[in-house]
Design a protein. Structure first.
Length: 285
């Protein structure tokens, strides 16, 4: 019996691995899989889109729901609540991507990725896709929780899909906010402090958990022009959980679907260039 030895082994040389050219889509998907694998190995990272939303739903539905009156009576508060909870959760997509991106930059992960022959944009695209998938898990969990406590979609499949599409569109816009914050802040602690002190007031100063009609006039104006309010009003109307906003409501609530689309496009158009510039400046230092 004889064995054949390749020329590379006989000479003691180590063959160089073949480098294959790949496109932006494949590179972005590889980074997305890396981020999802990270979540798989650390399932506690899903607490913010599983346990926390369910906790909010149950607390407001059963603890505070009896004392919060909404137009049409308090019996349908649980249906009214789900749109607000989902709007808040998808807004936290900015929180998720900001923390994850800052951690990757601090640990040198981004530097290693950029040293490879890949498109620099793949890092941000991969992070964005994984963060949007992360937030989508929260939307699914809350939908199932809502069905358990009595929430229903009463306005047809097409409108239901459009409502979920608006939520994902809003999440995509918020991702660029998170990329900007994650690129500008120097530590995860700084990101947590900034995002907590900004996102929580923004999501509560809206029609997420209580109607705006009983707020003082100046506070009601701020709440109704809050982009979260138009998003929440849009998904509620599309799901058939509420009727149109009252005639004295601000303009964004009179046309919530169109307003939400305008907000999403506007935020993305402003934040995306700023986020890319901040990311490039941070990673090229």
């Amino acid at each position: 019996m004889t064995t054949q030895t390749s020329p590379a082994i006989r000479s003691g040389a180590i063959a160089r691995p073949e480098i294959r050219q790949t496109g932006l889509l494949r590179q972005s998907w590889a980074i997305t899989r890396r981020n999802l694998t990270h979540i798989k190995r650390m399932p506690e990272m899903l607490m913010d889109v599983t346990i926390q939303p369910v906790m909010f739903v149950l607390l407001f539905a059963y603890v505070f729901g009896g004392s919060i009156q909404i137009p049409g009576g308090g019996s349908n508060y649980r249906e009214w609540l789900l749109g607000g909870i989902m709007g808040q959760t998808i807004a936290f997509a900015s929180f998720i991507v900001a923390v994850g991106l800052t951690a990757d930059i601090d640990k040198g992960i981004v530097d290693r990725m950029r040293s490879l022959p890949i498109n620099p944009a793949a890092v941000l695209v991969g992070r964005s896709i994984s963060s949007l998938m992360h937030s989508s898990i929260g939307i699914l969990v809350m939908s199932l929780t809502g069905l358990v406590i009595g929430w229903r979609i009463d306005n047809g499949l097409g409108n239901a899909v459009l409502a979920y599409g608006l939520l994902l569109m809003w999440g995509f816009a918020m991702i660029w906010v998170g990329i900007l914050v994650g690129s500008a802040m120097r530590s995860v602690e700084a990101v947590n402090g900034l995002m907590f002190t900004t996102m929580f007031p923004i999501t509560f100063l809206a029609n997420t958990f209580a109607p705006t009609e009983r707020m003082t006039p100046w506070l009601r104006t701020i709440a109704e022009w809050n982009p979260i309010s138009s998003l929440v009003q849009a998904v509620r109307e599309l799901w058939g959980n509420v009727g149109p906003a009252p005639s004295d409501a601000a303009l964004p609530l009179q046309h919530p679907v169109l307003t939400t689309v305008i907000w999403c496009v506007g935020i993305t158009a402003v934040m995306a260039p700023l986020a890319i510039r901040a990311f490039n400046r941070r990673t090229q230092q």
